[in-house]
Ligand binder design. Structure first.
Ligand code: FAQ
Length: 340
């Protein structure tokens, strides 16, 4: 349903944006020129390569926010593991939530290659300084929410992440290849769970429609602010980190989702949603950006609950980290004694 075929050719790079130069002397200028040439040739930057500070900083910002989103994103669905309606659904959901943890780990590892430590990133999350995706601050009220998260939230996540497989920073791009394969399974399991509910009782069908009504607009906002209000987009695209703009990805998501909603038999809650023959795209209504920014700034319905849960898990896991470190030290001592 969502595959690498969604990876469309890049538009023209916004040439008006210059590559940010940190060069202060001739030697640095030569490094900067080599970096610029590699970006212009659509090459990959690897951890050992010289890169401008601003490029490094942007990547740490985006990759760490992405990692935080994955591990905070485990929580709304994790709430339903003990209440899944069957053993099969429980096994699938457990696998999915574990996958999200794995995505967080690949991404923290990718960010660490840029010289930031996992402790620093987690401290930023736990103290409320770091952002994570707005979508995970909403509650999961019924079992249908779990299906809708798979269908729409993972669907939106894949749409955004497939172009990141071609990101200019090697470790991030490689992590995204595996993440996207797993997200594809997540999206399908959610859609399949909803298809089953839609063949059930009227109460089950109503539950699905209610969940779609609550999540649809939040998923559209998930792609980030409109291009005109997106401070990081132009530079991110110039650097080959971002390949497709927030608005273009949002449009692709709407166009891909409308036929899926028809097959499922649900209505997308937007009276302005209609096919525009001239644009060859669907038009859609206005997104509530005030609500989006309130959520991003820590005032969403579950921001506090999500952070408290993460901090509690971190504190309660302290003994595991200490034990792992003690074991590693023991092994190292043993190896040194054997080598001596
Ligand atoms: N929520 O200038 P832009 C998932 C912030 S993973 C919160 O457009 P940029 C898997 C943005 O950070 C979902 N904040 O920024 C899953 C920036 O703030 P800053 C996460 C947002 O970076 C499924 C400011 O607004 N995916 O779902 C959001 O060029 C199910 C201005 O925005 C990724 O992180 C938002 N929705 O574009 C897991 C993908 N949108 O840092 C569990 C990687 C924007 O300047 C269960 N990230 N902001 O203070 C990206 O592609 C980009 O960072 C964007 C934002 C597109 C998210």
């Amino acid at each position: 349903m969502y595959t690498q075929s969604f990876s469309v050719p890049d538009g023209d790079a916004p040439t008006a944006v210059k590559l940010v130069s940190g060069a202060t002397d001739n030697a640095t200028q030569a490094l900067q020129d080599a970096f610029d040439a590699r970006i212009d040739a659509d090459g990959r930057i690897e951890p050992q390569d010289w890169m401008p500070d601003a490029y490094r900083k942007t990547l740490v910002r985006q990759i760490s926010q992405h990692a935080h989103s994955e591990i905070v994103g485990m929580l709304p669905e994790g709430n339903w593991i003990s209440r899944a309606p069957s053993l099969k659904r429980k096994a699938i959901l457990m696998a999915k939530v574990q996958d999200e943890a794995g995505h967080g780990l690949y991404l923290y590892s990718a960010a660490e290659t840029l010289g930031t430590s996992r402790d620093q990133m987690l401290d930023a999350l736990h103290t409320g300084r770091a952002k994570y995706s707005s979508i995970f601050t909403y509650p999961t009220l019924t079992w249908a929410d779990v299906g809708v998260i798979g269908w729409l939230v993972d669907g939106a996540a894949i749409m955004n992440q497939i172009p990141l497989c071609r990101c200019s920073y090697g470790p991030y791009a490689r992590a995204m290849v595996r993440v996207c394969k797993e997200e594809s399974f997540h999206q399908r399991q959610g859609y399949e769970a909803l298809l089953v509910m839609m063949t059930g009782t009227q109460e089950q069908k109503d539950m699905v429609q209610d969940a779609v009504n609550r999540w649809w607009w939040k998923c559209l906002a998930m792609f980030g602010p409109p291009d005109a209000d997106s401070p990081n987009s132009a530079q991110g695209m110039r650097w080959g980190i971002k390949r497709i703009s927030n608005d273009d990805l949002r449009q692709k998501f709407v166009d891909a989702t409308v036929p899926q909603a028809k097959v499922l038999g649900v209505t997308l809650p937007d009276p302005d949603l209609k096919w525009n023959e001239e644009r060859q795209h669907h038009d859609y209504g206005a997104i509530d950006w005030d609500e989006f920014w309130a959520t991003v700034n820590g005032n969403g319905p579950c921001n506090k609950e999500r952070l408290n849960t993460r901090v509690k898990a971190w504190n309660e896991g302290a003994w595991v980290r200490e034990a792992a470190l003690a074991h590693a030290r023991k092994q190292q001592d043993k190896q040194m004694k054997e080598a001596a």
